[in-house]
Design a protein around this ligand. Structure first.
Ligand code: SF4
Length: 268
């Protein structure tokens, strides 16, 4: 029976293990923005394998609900995620929260402007050698994510960006208070889906693959509303996404605790 979907079997071999499953992709025109929910699920699978691998080496994730210091870091998001966040703010947040988040986004953008960080990002890519330094300077601003809710919980937890899902500390939580000074180790996923989405968007629009800070993303998306990319049949677009995943350079498997698995001193 034709249910308007193509059912695709997904099988991905990562250095941390295999991901297998099925997904139904609708027969309708879509853009890379529509693939963000699927990319979030895939991120969870890839991250889950990285954590399992860390556990097998007697390393445990120390992140807990309410421990939100990492939400002061620069969170890099792809352009499809930027549009996804814009839609989320417009369509899913209750009016009171929407107003609060918009206000916080405005304050964050102003702070980035005053600090000179926005100008340094005006390339606009943050995928260069200056990324680490920008990340450090950003963290020093002490600016919590606009989506952070009371008691340090993420206000959009089920829909949070890929980068937020990929940050799982293996060192004591106290070290995260100053990830610039301390060596914070995270369970490094074998693949960062933000980069996959950035590459898909770049491929579809003939532009460069770029990431941007979460706090600037909804504003950028609102200013580039018409640039979501050309609509493509769902199964075709999903195939292109999986093509990028299959060609991706997977991070090398860790050699030992404290080895390459450890993304030390990371500010995301
Ligand atoms: S989206 Fe959520 S998890 Fe990500 S930085 Fe913001 S509050 Fe933290």
């Amino acid at each position: 029976m034709d249910d308007g979907m193509t059912h695709v079997k997904v099988s991905i071999k990562t250095p941390h293990g295999e991901i297998e499953g099925g997904i139904g992709v609708p027969h309708q025109l879509m853009t890379s923005v529509d693939l963000v929910p699927g990319a979030l699920d895939l991120t969870d699978n890839i991250v889950g394998l990285a954590i399992e691998h860390a556990n097998s080496q007697d390393l445990r994730v120390s992140c807990r609900k309410g421990c939100s210091i990492c939400c002061n870091q620069l969170v890099p998001v792809s352009k499809p995620e930027a549009f996804f966040l814009l839609d989320l703010i417009r369509e899913r947040l209750p009016p009171k929260i929407r107003k609060m988040v918009k206000g916080r986004l405005g304050i964050a953008a102003a702070k980035l402007g005053e600090s000179g960080i926005a100008a340094r990002l005006d390339k606009p890519t943050i995928l260069d050698e200056d990324h680490d330094q920008v990340g450090e300077d950003y963290f020093k601003l002490g600016m919590p994510c606009p989506f952070l809710a009371d008691q340090g919980a993420c206000g959009i937890h089920p829909l949070r960006p890929t980068a937020c899902r990929e940050y799982n500390a293996l060192t004591p939580a106290a070290l995260c208070a100053d990830p610039v000074k301390n060596q914070v180790r995270v369970a490094l996923p074998a693949l960062k889906m933000s980069m996959v989405l950035a590459q898909l968007y770049a491929q579809e629009t003939g532009t460069a693959a770029e990431l941007m800070p979460l706090v600037l993303a909804p504003g950028w998306a609102a200013e580039h509303e018409e640039e979501r990319g050309p609509p493509v049949e769902g199964p075709e677009l999903f195939g292109r996404l999986m093509g990028i995943v299959s060609r991706a350079g997977w991070a090398k498997p860790p050699e030992s605790p404290g080895g390459p698995e450890a993304d030390e001193g990371s500010t995301r």
